[in-house]
Design a binder for this molecule. Structure first.
Ligand SMILES: CC(C)(COP(=O)(O)OP(=O)(O)OC[C@H]1O[C@@H](n2cnc3c(N)ncnc32)[C@H](O)[C@@H]1OP(=O)(O)O)[C@@H](O)C(=O)NCCC(=O)NCCS
Length: 431
């Protein structure tokens, strides 16, 4: 390997050769754009729908090695964070780049805890939704609406103001998510209880009824803490890319994050755990698993919760979630679908079809079982993803705002339509 690696590209249209520097395993698209460029002709561009092999940024937030099944936040393995950290400490780590000192942690937790309340007018706005409104629709609208309550949020280069909005967003997401849940049930919205931890308070806002103080089961609060840590960031996925793309216009963070929520709303992103549950219910019993696997191998259907665009190994988050299942089921009783899921996993991990294609359980394989055991309807599953992902979106957003190399997102296209047609007025066309 040389110190200054390059890629030589020969343009066979002209016979000319170009030497492009390779930096961090990439070539720059603008260097590529110089190839074959003339006054009448654009240079070479990349065609990459879905950005499957295009780096859109430099990022120091999250590292993934999909082949080896490694996930690290700011260099710390996800397994260690899930085992020994808290969601708020992880949120601090993601946003600030390093673990907090004791004082920084106390200040951070205090700030988040005391921004959990939302303006009463926002509550009225949420109450205006139809009784059967999807909680994700309610969440993305109410987060977007937050921008109107904090007009100073548009000053994104002011570091202190930026910090304040990030605190507000992380603090208010559980409130908005829980209210969207209560709304669907026709139950009164529960105000935050600032004596509780982040996940305890969330459980309180979800499930509190007439009791004076809600006392969450510590095992459930801990399991939720683990799930929140696992979902906090996952580098340049669809919703993070949406936050960055919308954020690149220098809009306020509430609007950028609501774009992330919108992206997560889609079934290809946040909806897979719901599909896993539907699949398990359809299979119905352990003895039908073999027959189902045959159907998958014949190409009749997919084994939902298996396979991943990036992970070609066991998704490290799936291993941790499997453990969290035991803790939750100890409180709620075992979800009967667990037996089917375990049998599916056992057979699939040994089967040539799945082994050859490197198909392993992903984070969604077990998370739906936990959410269902916690009495969440499937529409809430994505809300439970959006709440913790907010810290990751914000870490990526603030990195973007500080990144001098970033520009407003504006991909190229390959135009395939007509050109230079003569317009005929409607009065003549329809005559
Ligand atoms: C996640 C997913 C979309 C990744 O897709 P991808 O990287 O584009 O992989 P491909 O669709 O190209 O699949 C590669 C091969 O594995 C097969 N495959 C991938 N996922 C499969 C699954 N869940 N069940 C059965 N076969 C699967 C494909 O049929 C293909 O086989 P082929 O080479 O014989 O055509 C895909 O694995 C999937 O649909 N999984 C189920 C849904 C899910 O759990 N999504 C949540 C992701 S966090």
């Amino acid at each position: 390997m040389t110190d200054n690696p390059t890629l030589t590209v020969r343009d066979n249209r002209t016979g000319e050769e170009y030497e492009l520097p390779i930096t961090d395993g990439t070539i720059s698209a603008s260097d590529l754009g110089k190839i074959g460029k003339t006054d009448d002709q654009a240079g070479i561009a990349l065609y990459d729908p879905g950005f499957t092999n295009t780096a859109s940024c430099r990022s120091a937030v999250t590292f993934i090695d999909g082949e080896k099944g490694i996930l690290e936040y700011r260099g710390y393995p996800i397994e260690q964070l899930a085992e020994s950290s808290t969601y708020l400490e992880v949120a601090y780590l993601l946003i600030h780049g390093e673990l907090p000192t004791k004082e920084q942690h106390e200040k951070w937790v205090h700030e988040i805890t005391f921004h959990t309340f939302v303006h009463e007018n926002l509550k009225s706005l949420m109450q205006g939704f139809r009784y059967d409104a999807h909680p994700m629709g309610m969440l993305l609208s109410s987060v977007g609406a937050l921008s109107t309550f904090y007009p100073e949020a548009t000053k994104i280069s002011d570091v202190d103001l930026r910090h304040e909005q990030m605190v507000r967003l992380i603090a208010k997401m559980p409130t908005l998510g829980a209210w969207a849940f209560r709304h669907a049930q026709g139950k009164p919205y529960v105000y935050p209880d600032n004596d509780l931890t982040y996940t305890e308070n969330f459980l309180s806002m979800l499930f509190k009824m007439s009791e004076h103080t809600y006392e969450p089961d510590p095992r459930l609060a801990k399991a939720l803490e683990v799930l929140f840590i696992l979902h906090a960031d996952h580098e340049q996925n669809c919703s993070t890319n949406a936050v960055r793309s919308v954020g690149s216009s220098q809009v306020d963070p509430y609007s950028a994050v609501s774009a992330g929520i919108a992206a997560l709303y889609g079934p290809l992103h946040g909806g897979a755990n719901e599909a896993v549950l539907r699949m398990l219910k359809r299979i119905g019993s352990k003895d039908k698993v073999g027959e189902f696997i045959e159907g998958v191998k014949n190409g009749d259907e997919r084994l939902m919760g298996f396979g991943h665009r990036v992970y070609k190994n066991y998704d490290p988050r799936a291993k941790i979630i499997k453990k969290a299942c035991d803790d939750v089921f100890e409180v709620t009783g075992v979800n009967p679908l667990l037996e089917i899921a375990q049998e599916l996993e056992k057979i699939a991990l040994e089967d040539e079809y799945f082994v050859k294609r490197k198909l392993y359980p992903n984070v969604d394989f077990y998370s739906g079982l936990i959410y269902e055991a916690l009495q969440f309807p499937p529409e809430m599953f994505t809300v439970l993803f959006a709440i913790p992902r907010t810290s990751g979106w914000l870490a990526q957003w603030t990195e973007l705002v500080d990144d001098k190399e970033q520009k407003i997102a504006r991909p190229k296209q390959i135009y395939t339509g007509d050109r230079g047609l003569d317009f005929v007025p409607a009065s003549e066309r329809w005559a």
